[in-house]
Design a protein around this ligand. Sequence first.
Ligand SMILES: [Fe+2]
Length: 238
Amino acid sequence: MTTRIPSTGAPASTGAPATTCRSDEVVLIHRMFRRLYGEAPGLVRDVVPGDVRRAAFLAHHLHGLTALLHTHHRAEDDFFWDRMTERAPACGLHVALMRRQHQAVSDQLDEIDVLVDAWAVAADAALATRLAEALDEVDATLGEHLADEERDALPVLDAVLSDAEWDEIEAHAQREKPPLPLFLLLGLMMDAVPESERAAWMARELPAPMRLAYRLVGRRQYERALRRLHPERAAERD
Ligand SMILES: [Fe+2]
């Protein structure tokens, strides 16, 4: 990718690049989360009170988002912070901030899960307001955290983690069962990649059978999932 934030990692003494840019994938995932959480409060506000069918559909989606973000942060907690503390001790304050922000997001997600279930029972208007406000809050907390992480942690991680360790993190992520439909996630990731880099990203990141499956059925499934999530946009286009 060419659109990355500058590295503040230690300058290389050997003339080799100071960063491996492996954290670019994390930036793409962040972009996807910004989009999903940016849209979530509006999805809840648009539900007609009493429309329990729509509320049940969105409850499933919102629980999926919660699970996805927990999984992402857990992987970062497991693979990033101890190594960053050990190998870049001067960055201890940044690591402490990352851990605090993850905890704050996690607490907000727990509250959202409870509110989602309460709201889905009857699509009650007052509960919809509370849930949408809680989603606004997590969107704000997350926005701040992702920006801090991209500025203060990822460049350091690029400098201190080996390629083998980044491979291990990617393999771990691929072993997790996705809490949202696979082609929805893949489509969202693809949309997060700048268009001019998308073909190269697909060739690099997706095995050939997956690329074929996405072209044959995945893209259509993704578009259908988006239309279901945003029926108002689909109606506007008609
Ligand atoms: Fe994070």
